[in-house]
Design a protein around this ligand. Structure first.
Ligand code: UD1
Ligand code: MG
Length: 466
């Protein structure tokens, strides 16, 4: 039986007060819509239709998913009108699951349960009981025997908050915006809904009363948690949801054995894979894809994106690692930071030390190499056990092109040197502090390239005239 998914994402999101369409706002590093699409992809749908409208071009350019098509809703005349635009793309038979682009944390298991409850023949609504149901559509129940909602009375319909009478406003069971319906029925029902209500909109929720009149059973499924059905309408709600999601992610990591100094001060905006005995101090942000090997320790206030950090490496506080597209690799037992910066293509072998205010970009450092203070390594290949002095830089850019610096094994580069690339320092070379090198330095020799020191014995400092 075919499963179609419709995701409504055409609304303006006025209360976000933003030029960015609401569904493109970020939650834990992904847009709201991308979260919903990931869940939709997990359900193995035969087709996914995203209804766009406000900021349609921007929305359509921003997201991707398999089996996804867009339809535009112009103008936006309500949720029923939105789903109507998708009708031509739905299969003739089967089930249609309707999701909201601004309800990002709906769980696949819950959506699956809703589809199962529908069985291709019944209208299934995802509902939740809220302490404060203000603003939501209320699930109106009751049957001829007089049974009320909590006694399992049959669903009559959904009444929107703005259209509800005082008695209906007391109902705490609300519609979450998610439903599963028999596709063939849904198509007929959508054609039948009107817009005679307080907002003059075509309400998707009106299909419930139509289904009841049609003698189609209406069933409800309760959401597993409040979090999965919370919608985002304002920056406050977005931040609230971000915290809840961060908490969930932090708890999942801790259950797997990761030691977070404080789960309330942890942010994951992507995927984080951790080995055993990983420790993460407060205020760290992980973005993109990050892998931490066994025994890795991350100090406070680090930002790490697209990087692989091998076993027992220690990243000291305030270190920024951003692999962008190329990635960064930190080898086993390395020590990085505090205040270090690793940029795309930084590849550190085992036991490398990178100290404070050292920047490494597109450079490979072999086992045991050290750059401990105030240095720049760009487009360099650094040998084993090299000691790269404080204040030394590779001058890798001539204003038009980048050039490589090659430093052999056991080279000792003194402090405050400028290595003008392209250049090669042979194995075991020693470079005197303060040298500016524009030519290769031979292996095993001391190379010094700076003004000779001079002392004038008879020199007198000028005195002031009286
Ligand atoms: C809707 C439900 C309400 C439910 C609530 C749950 C209706 C009529 N009401 O109300 O019962 O309790 O969700 O959050 O459905 N959208 C479009 N085109 C439109 C209008 C909306 O695509 O013309 C999209 C929005 O972008 C959003 C979703 O539909 O993703 C819901 O719209 P919204 O205006 O937020 O509906 P609510 O008033 O919250
Ligand atoms: Mg809403």
């Amino acid at each position: 039986m075919a499963l179609d998914i419709v995701i409504m994402a055409a609304g303006k999101g006025t209360r976000m007060r933003s030029a960015l369409p609401k569904v493109l706002h970020q939650l834990a590093g992904r847009s709201l819509l991308q979260h919903v699409l990931r869940t939709a992809a997990d359900l193995g749908a035969d087709g996914i239709v995203v209804v766009t409208g406000h900021g349609a071009e921007q929305v359509e350019a921003a997201v991707t998913a398999p089996h996804m098509q867009f339809v535009r809703q112009m103008p936006q005349l309500g949720t029923g009108h939105a789903v109507r635009q998708a009708v031509p793309l739905l299969h003739a038979e089967g089930t249609t699951l309707i999701l909201n682009g601004d309800v990002p944390l709906i769980e696949a298991a819950t959506a699956r349960a809703l589809v199962e409850a529908c069985r291709g023949t019944r209208l299934a609504l995802l509902t939740v009981a809220l302490a404060d149901p203000t603003g939501y559509g209320r699930v109106v129940r009751g049957d001829p025997a007089g049974r009320a909602a909590d006694e399992g009375g049959r669903v009559h319909g959904i009444v929107e908050h703005k259209d509800a009478n005082p008695a209906e406003r007391l109902i705490r069971e609300v519609y979450t915006g998610v439903m599963a319906a028999p596709t063939a029925h849904l198509k007929r029902w959508l054609a039948a809904i009107g817009n005679d209500n307080s907002q003059g909109e075509f309400y998707l929720t009106d299909v419930v009363a139509i289904a009841v009149a049609d003698d189609v059973a209406v069933v409800t499924v309760k959401a597993a948690s409040e979090t999965e059905v919370l919608g985002v309408n304002s920056p406050v709600q977005l931040a609230e949801l971000e915290r809840r999601l961060q908490r969930q992610q932090a708890e999942a990591l801790m259950e797997a054995g990761v030691r977070l100094a404080d789960p309330a001060r942890f942010d994951l905006r992507g995927e984080l894979e951790c080995g055993a005995d990983v420790e993460i101090d407060v205020n760290c942000v992980f973005e993109g894809a990050v892998m931490l090997g066994d025994g890795v320790r991350i100090g406070a206030n680090c930002v790490i994106r697209n990087a692989i950090i091998a076993a027992n490496a220690v990243i000291h506080p305030f270190t920024h690692i951003d692999g962008e597209a190329l990635g960064v690799r930190v080898g086993t037992g390395c020590s990085v930071g505090p205040f270090a910066r690793l940029r795309p293509g930084a590849v550190l072998a085992e036991e490398v030390h990178i100290g404070n205010f050292v920047e490494v970009k597109n450079s490979t450092l072999a086992k045991g190499a050290k750059a401990n203070h105030l240095a720049y390594l760009g487009d360099a290949t650094v040998g084993e056990r090299v000691n790269y002095g404080a204040g030394t830089i590779t001058a890798n850019y001539d204003g038009a092109n980048k050039h490589r610096t090659v430093i052999g094994n056991d080279v000792h580069v003194g402090s405050n040197c400028v290595l003008i690339a392209p250049i090669t320092l042979g194995d075991g070379a020693t470079i005197g502090g303060g040298s500016t090198l524009s030519k290769d330095a031979p292996a095993g020799q001391l190379t010094v390239a700076r003004g000779r020191q001079l002392s004038l014995a008879g020199w007198k400092r000028p005195a002031k005239k009286r």
